[in-house]
Design a protein around this ligand. Structure first.
Ligand code: MN
Ligand code: MN
Length: 458
């Protein structure tokens, strides 16, 4: 009888298509067989458990510079370790070049920060900011190095592209067969609203969502879609937060256009009412786009269920309470972002699958399979022979109360404080290695690898 290095026995394998009981045999770093009565050097009994692909988070900001003296609080070690605790085995982060820096030099520098630190596999998107429009001839080299997805912004001074620059960037990405991804909010209108509120002394966090209206997210999403059609390139829209934006994505997809939308746990589970909290508490959940109304929140769940949005990423970008408090007297100076890298996969199970909003297979499609497919993670995102043995043994009954006590993110608050979830990973496996088991970390800094990606032709 063939002996495997690792066998996961008696579990229910869940994929984007189906769920069935079988054993998974792993040899080395890959799934070698799916069958019955397998035996291995190590065997894990997964009776009563779900066996899922490792989850994939294509939108994270680890040790992200935010101004001259600020960097997001999770580094490539703590952030990927927290991801692994929550069942995520691949993340994609970002490269941002300095104004006078070559894109390839920025990519090398970013890889030097991540390699040696990551505990799971990772990829990088290349950012094309305003100053990078002069560097579009460097795009082919970047794509050939395995960063075939490019981040474009329609908001944030310094990053924001005007419509002409946006089309130029889209064409450059199209010409290398890459995938553009976009932060779509109307930056010019937001800037005007922020100036107005500041002039009026309206500086509390509650003015943050009012400075970034849902209508101006919808407008930017619609414009980005139109410009991508002009350029003849697919488009992935990050962090869709509201019904206005969903409507644009859904309408484009109904016409058969290659448009893809992502939302995030914070928009599915939290609302703008949090900005009304007194003192520093109201500043903590400041992120952009902002948390929205209850009606928008419910619309996003419906969009996931109906197939109008395609993925759930986190936009994980933690800053500490002290860092958030820097903007207490001016909401526009609060460093933006929330932590979510650890809890995303269990949150989508608890509030999606268990709550009856999405099916088991849809959960896997949103968190694993579609992200892998869109972003060219060829051997990840499903459970099949020849794929990387990135696997989660998920205990559907394990209850966890989310808090800074139970989570491993390197930050002193969580927007999900006190939330009870039912369902949590018992074991997380990355390329055949157990990296987390029953709440204990067994990984090693630097064991994760950079994954070079071409993107799938869509
Ligand atoms: Mn963004
Ligand atoms: Mn982001």
């Amino acid at each position: 009888m063939t002996q495997f290095d690792l066998v996961i026995k008696n579990g229910t394998i869940v994929t984007a298509d189906t769920a069935y009981q079988a054993d998974v045999g792993v040899r080395g770093e890959r799934i070698a067989v799916i069958g019955e009565n397998l035996s291995g050097a190590r065997e894990i009994d997964a009776a009563g458990m779900l066996v899922t692909p490792g989850a994939i988070d294509v939108h994270v900001h680890l040790q992200m510079p935010a101004g001259s003296d600020l960097v997001s609080a999770d580094d490539f070690f703590t952030g990927t370790r927290a991801a692994a605790f929550g069942g995520t085995t691949t993340v994609i982060d970002f490269v941002e070049a300095e104004v006078d820096q070559l894109l390839m030099d920025a990519l090398s520098a970013r890889r030097a920060e991540a390699d040696g630190r990551v505990v799971i596999d990772y990829g990088l998107h290349m950012t094309i900011a305003e100053a990078d429009i002069a560097k579009l001839d460097q795009v082919p080299a970047v794509a050939q190095t395995g960063c075939a997805s490019f981040k474009l912004y329609l908001a944030y001074e310094g990053f924001r592209l005007d419509d002409g620059q946006f089309v130029q960037a889209l064409e450059a990405v199209r010409d290398v067969g890459g995938l553009p991804i976009v932060h779509a909010e109307n930056g010019a209108v937001i800037r005007r609203l922020v100036e107005r509120y500041r002039a009026e002394g309206r500086t509390d966090p509650r003015w943050h969502p009012l400075s970034r209206p849902p209508l101006m997210e919808g407008e930017a999403v619609g414009r980005a879609i139109n410009l991508s059609m002009l350029a003849g390139v697919p488009l992935y829209i990050v962090h869709v937060s509201c019904a206005d934006a969903v409507a644009r994505v859904a309408a484009a997809r109904a016409e058969g256009l290659p448009i893809y939308g992502e939302t995030c746990p914070q928009y599915l589970l939290l609302t703008e009412a949090l900005y009304e909290r007194p003192g520093a508490e109201g500043a903590l959940p400041v992120c952009s786009p902002p948390l929205r109304s209850e009606a928008n929140r419910l619309r996003l769940w419906a969009a996931l269920a109906r197939g109008e949005l395609q993925t759930v990423g986190t936009d994980h970008c933690p800053f500490t309470r002290a860092e958030k408090a820097r903007g207490l007297d001016d909401f526009s100076r609060i460093p933006g972002g929330v932590p979510a890298i650890e809890a995303r996969f269990p949150l989508l199970y608890a509030f999606g699958v268990r709550a009856g909003r999405i099916s088991l297979s849809r959960w896997i499609e949103l968190c694993c399979t579609t992200p892998a497919h869109l972003f060219g993670l060829e051997r990840k995102g499903t459970i099949a022979v020849g794929y990387d043995a990135d696997l989660v043994i998920f205990d559907p009954e394990r209850k966890v109360r989310l808090s800074t006590e139970t989570l491993h993110e390197n930050v002193d608050w969580t927007p999900f404080e006190g939330t009870e979830v039912a369902g949590w990973p018992a074991v997380t496996i990355s390329r055949g290695e157990v990296v987390v088991e029953n709440g204990e970390f067994h990984g090693v800094a630097g064991r994760g690898r950079f994954v070079a990606r071409a993107v799938t032709k869509m």
